[in-house]
Write a protein that binds this ligand. Structure first.
Ligand code: TXA
Ligand code: MG
Length: 320
């Protein structure tokens, strides 16, 4: 998986022991923090505390039927809460810590807040790779549930400043810019065949190569779809036009690769047409262009393969 390593740019992140302690104490008190991960920033709470988890739903204004991902320092900890099958063993050994979430059958009485799982008998589990997330999790006596740290339906944050803008009173641990920049790939392992519920940096091909099988089709699968995969999501407040061939008066341009458009304002996701780079820049670019001074955001076509699939998935939702 050397390609994955190069796709996950190395970044050294530092946190003082005081800041670490303060964040952990906040979580132990049942309060929320802004948590840096390699994908996007999370809004983290003690997964075992209904009261703490309820604060996430209130602050994000998230629908209660939309369950949360539980974060662990390693696979051994995750196995205390869910039943691992062979696929889970293989995928966790291959990709954890990293941007992969597995849906598995919850262990009965595992203690995870029922609010966090929205009453399902499954639990989404993930082991993040970000060094600060790792440090935090390793020092806690409980797992953390953490949705992306944005108000429901708005863009996922990839810097501590984004989180602060949405939630000024929140304690946010600054871990720099997220290296992946898109939420984790979600794979459902509870059906007859694994299915990708949300595309991400880890592609269908990566998962199939590791499992030596062909993944099922989400549309045809008997498993429940990720309830959070509502059609409209990740949305800026001005209109978004995709796959543009021309530019309209007053629009800002979200470009990809070289081109001949001239716009009043432009952000290029990747001048060299590198899809990983584009994925990493996507949410920050949308946040910057999401301003009432523009009539809308015009987006150039982005190839729909590899991680381009995940980029187009987020763009389609943002324009729905
Ligand atoms: O990269 C990530 O996964 C980030 C970082 C913070 O870890 N988290 C994240 O969480 O994206 P959130 O809440 O924004 O998205 C979680 C998705 C939702 O679409 C939710 O419906 C789905 O996971 N999900 C959670 N539990 C599930 C379950 N038991 N079965 C199916 N889908 C589930
Ligand atoms: Mg989200």
């Amino acid at each position: 998986m050397s390609t994955l390593k190069t796709r996950m740019k190395k970044e050294i992140n530092h946190i003082t022991s005081d800041a670490l302690e303060r964040a952990q104490q906040t979580l132990r008190n049942g309060d929320l923090i802004g948590l840096p991960t390699e994908t996007v920033y999370g809004l983290a709470a003690n997964a075992l505390s209904d009261k703490a988890v309820a604060k996430i739903y209130t602050l994000k204004e998230r629908p209660r039927f939309n369950p949360l991902i539980a974060h662990f320092p390693n696979a051994a900890e995750a196995q205390k809460y869910v039943h691992f099958n062979e696929w889970a063993k293989t995928l966790s050994e291959t990709f954890w810590p990293g941007p992969l979430t597995l849906i598995l059958k919850k262990k009965e009485d595992c203690g995870i807040s029922l609010l966090a799982t929205a009453g399902l008998d499954t639990l989404a589990v993930r082991v993040p790779a970000h060094p600060i997330a790792q440090l935090l999790l390793q020092g806690l006596e409980f797992p953390l549930v953490a949705p992306s740290a944005n108000p429901s339906e708005s863009l996922s944050p990839t810097t501590a400043q984004h989180v602060k803008r949405s939630f000024p009173d929140l304690l946010v641990v600054d871990g720099g810019s997220c290296t992946v920049g898109l939420e984790s790939t979600i794979v459902d392992l509870t059906g007859n065949i694994p299915v990708i519920l949300r595309p991400g940096l880890l592609t269908k091909n990566d998962i199939e190569k590791a499992l030596l099988l062909t993944l099922g089709d989400k549309a045809e699968s008997n498993v429940i779809k990720a309830p959070g995969q509502l059609k409209r999501h990740y949305a800026p407040s001005i209109p978004l036009r995709l796959n543009i061939k021309n530019l309209h008066e007053g629009e800002a341009l979200l470009s990809f690769g070289p081109h001949t458009f001239t716009a009043r304002k432009e952000i290029n996701l990747s001048l060299t047409c590198n899809l990983e780079e584009a994925a990493g820049n996507l949410f920050a670019a949308l946040a910057e262009l999401d301003s009432s001074q523009y009539k809308g955001i015009a987006v150039m076509p982005i190839p729909n393969d590899g991680i381009g699939l995940a980029v187009n998935d987020r763009l389609n939702r943002a324009s729905a």
